[in-house]
Design a protein around this ligand. Sequence first.
Ligand code: IMP
Ligand code: MG
Length: 356
Amino acid sequence: MADVVLGMQWGDEGKGKVISALPSDWVVRVNGGPNAGHTVDGTKVHQVPPGIARPETKLVISAGSVVDPAKLVVEIDRLEAEGYQIKHRLFVDVRAHVISEWHIREDRIRETSRGDKAIGTTLTGNGPVHAEKYLRTGKQIQDSDWETVLQDEGILLARTDELLRSASNADEKIVLMVAHGAMLDIDYGTYPYVTSSHVSVNGALAAAGLSPWSLQRVIGVAKVYTTRVAPGLMRGEVSEEIAEKIREVGNEYGTTTGRPRRIGWLDLGQLHDVAQRNGVTELYLTKADVLLAAGVQPHVIRAAWGESYVPEPVPSWQEVSFNDANMRRFVSMLRPYSAMVTALGTGPDPQDIVRR
Ligand code: IMP
Ligand code: MG
């Protein structure tokens, strides 16, 4: 059976950490490529799926992902040097599309030519490689010169959907990680300030080649505040003074680009929209410790997505715990907007999590 882990905001909700704490036989990266970045166990991963910290977990990059093979090899060598064994346990689908030097150049040229309407992409070639995939002029790994290079590097090339279906039939636990965040979805995000793939549960199943009946839980991940790394709509953006406090304590700088992230209040209207669209069954709330440590009172937006809104203050919790009265009130207020909160993030390490 498969669980999906989906970020409900604009990425950087702490999915990497959540996945490190979930038991899994397989962790699958379903969409995107080197544009994503996750901090896991104190190290950064971009293309390699989180799940590196448990040596017995098999890692997969699905057919629906895009791959920059040159960067992937460098990333694997770095992780191996840090003591993680990645070779001979990372499977990459032979049908994943290859990002070339030209896609990266085109990404840069397009961004520059948009002037002040630039999307703020990660400049990793993500838009152009997807454009070519859908134009049907792209290159899958199996048709590229990279096929043998990757194999020589100890990367296992496979038809990964077949592996995952047998694993699912054998009752093994699969965790599908959707990269980025649901508000960056190509269809339902804040177009054109979005990424070029489906950031959704349905997209995850399509990309991994699994049937809807293999699905068990849909774990939505949201921070107790909102961040966004690039331009585009974000409701309830806070003043720069408050943003600075949260940014410093929460280390809110892009994992891939190092850019300072914009900060807003928790948007319940947005969570509701994402939860409905994706059938979220439970919610992991992350970075609940950050507002406390920064001395910032939490606020929420209750208005439906697309309607006018006024952020409302809510009583601060004294402790990040389900035993704290204000935290209990806070999580019960969230439930009708999303799902039952089953875990709270209390710090950056994989073990910094408390469960209901
Ligand atoms: P692209 O995916 O590089 O084309 O960038 C498109 C938009 O998605 C930009 O606003 C990026 O900052 C954003 N983006 C892409 N990947 C991530 C991610 O993993 N976390 C947060 N934002 C992302
Ligand atoms: Mg990130």
